[in-house]
Design a protein around this ligand. Sequence first.
Ligand code: NAP
Length: 316
Amino acid sequence: MTENTHVVGVLVDPTEKAEWVEELNRQVAASDLPLRIDTEADPAEVDYMVYNIDSGMFDFTPYTKLRAILNTWAGVEGALKTLNWPDHVPFCRMVEPGMTIGMVEYFLAHTMRYHMDTDRSVTQSAEGRWQKYMPPLAADRGVGILGLGALGTAIAERMAANGFQVHGWARSAKDIPGVTTHHGAEGLQECLSQAEILCIILPLTSETEKILNAETLARLPGGACIINAGRGPLIDDDALLEALANRHIRHATLDVFREEPLPADHPYWKHPNVTVTPHIAAFTRTKSATSAILEQIRCDLHGFALQHVVDRARGY
Ligand code: NAP
């Protein structure tokens, strides 16, 4: 190693640290990058930090040489609340193909369950009941997607490739082939009104909290289904339970909750029209995520802009 070697620190959930360090060392050794993975380095010597808040470290003040914080998670609302890091240091969200593909497959699986009314087949089969029914084709099914970022765009593209009528909504205008895109307050109403199956993959910010409430739920077509893998507080839980009770909403699949793990006495557990999944929609996959991290560092070392930099003011 020369004096041009850059130091990469690793501050992550302690149960994951060994795996990250091993994979980083493996991929750095196989690359031409002038990097040293060093979990014991003096903070003043660290150039890049692979990080998540489950490390329990929240103050980057001693890291005076830091060029970037590379978060191992896509969601950053926790870091934005708890972390002290200097303005001039970019804080990057995780975007990596393993997580993206996992998320696309999660939404596709639950969308197809609703689309094909798979539960009905399971019930009828268990009851020994021969009763024909014909689901619509995907071309006649409206799927709405709230959030068209790294994950939402990939979901929208896959839904479009599967032939659904896809409507997506984001803060800013988008152009995604095969997808009708909406933005702004009016755009939200339009997107909701087309969404027989609503996929929610927004970040949690002061603007998106309880974005799905009594008023917005009422905009969905009667009998709509909801899949939320963004964050729990995006949904007003009381409003959703009410909409499930009056059958305006047929079913909800929820991966994320205001409190996690979901408390044992929460009405979502055992609700006949709610499927709870334990925050498993998409994981950061260490191997592909390490490649993404090293690509970010390579860009930075070559003077190119880092990607997926969190905007503190926007909150994501
Ligand atoms: P991203 O690339 O930052 O995309 C966020 C999207 O939300 C963007 O399209 C953005 O609009 C839109 N948005 C934000 N605020 C909005 C507002 N007020 N009105 C309308 N649209 C708004 O994030 P991502 O990588 O796709 O991840 C999204 C979220 O998924 C994460 O924040 C995290 O909470 C969640 N997640 C969950 C899991 C899980 O396992 N359950 C795993 C990974 C991620 P613009 O494009 O116009 O900026």
